[in-house]
Write a protein that binds this ligand. Sequence first.
Ligand SMILES: C[S@@+](CC[C@H](N)C(=O)[O-])C[C@H]1O[C@@H](n2cnc3c(N)ncnc32)[C@H](O)[C@@H]1O
Length: 218
Amino acid sequence: MDDPVQRHPTRSEQLDILASLISDTVTNDGAILDLGCGVGYVARLILEKRDAISIVGVDRNADALRQAEENLSGYKSEFSPVEGDLEYISECAIPDRHYQAVYTALTFHDLPDAAKQEVIGYAAAALAPGGFFLLYDRIRMTDNALFPLQQSIWNRIERVHGAAMRTADSFDAYIEDLGTDNRPARLEDYLSWFPTAGLNPQILHLHGNVALIGGAKG
Ligand SMILES: C[S@@+](CC[C@H](N)C(=O)[O-])C[C@H]1O[C@@H](n2cnc3c(N)ncnc32)[C@H](O)[C@@H]1O
């Protein structure tokens, strides 16, 4: 399986926390929605921890979905792939269910801000009362003066784990490297978009600029 953890030594813990949050809170027969499921890495982590649940995985990449089906071949009745573009989420053929959890991992930075807000609103509407929306992604760094602190975190990761994450030599290089298609949102944007969608946000785990944010549907 294409391994999203390999290049990011602290990522395995964060993805395992995301999977645990879901496997610990969803009840039997609970439906879960994975937005940007890729090759099914997180879905498999969840299904390895819990039975009697089902996951719908949405992605626009047909090859990734085929790979997800192969990677989850032991969970044929638990995992349903849906090909669709999250930028047009209302047109995606997502089964109409009361989802106990909706999650998205390492996908939001691919979406324009308007689509991010649209998807958060969709997730909130698709959740059953008491359900959770869990968003895991990089957060945009916005302050040149704070950049040396982020560099220190990257350097420490390399010292402790012997492997480096993608880094940048300066704040300007970081911004340039983001380009136009790599669009992590600011933390303050998420903290305003969640309540707009009716979700109370909470930061659940943070490592450097990679955050796991939870939203509860009241
Ligand atoms: C970095 S991968 C993460 C995959 C998976 N969530 C994981 O953590 O292993 C990002 C995924 O988001 C999907 N993606 C990006 N933009 C999308 C969009 N607009 N609609 C649907 N899927 C999208 C990509 O095809 C890719 O599979």
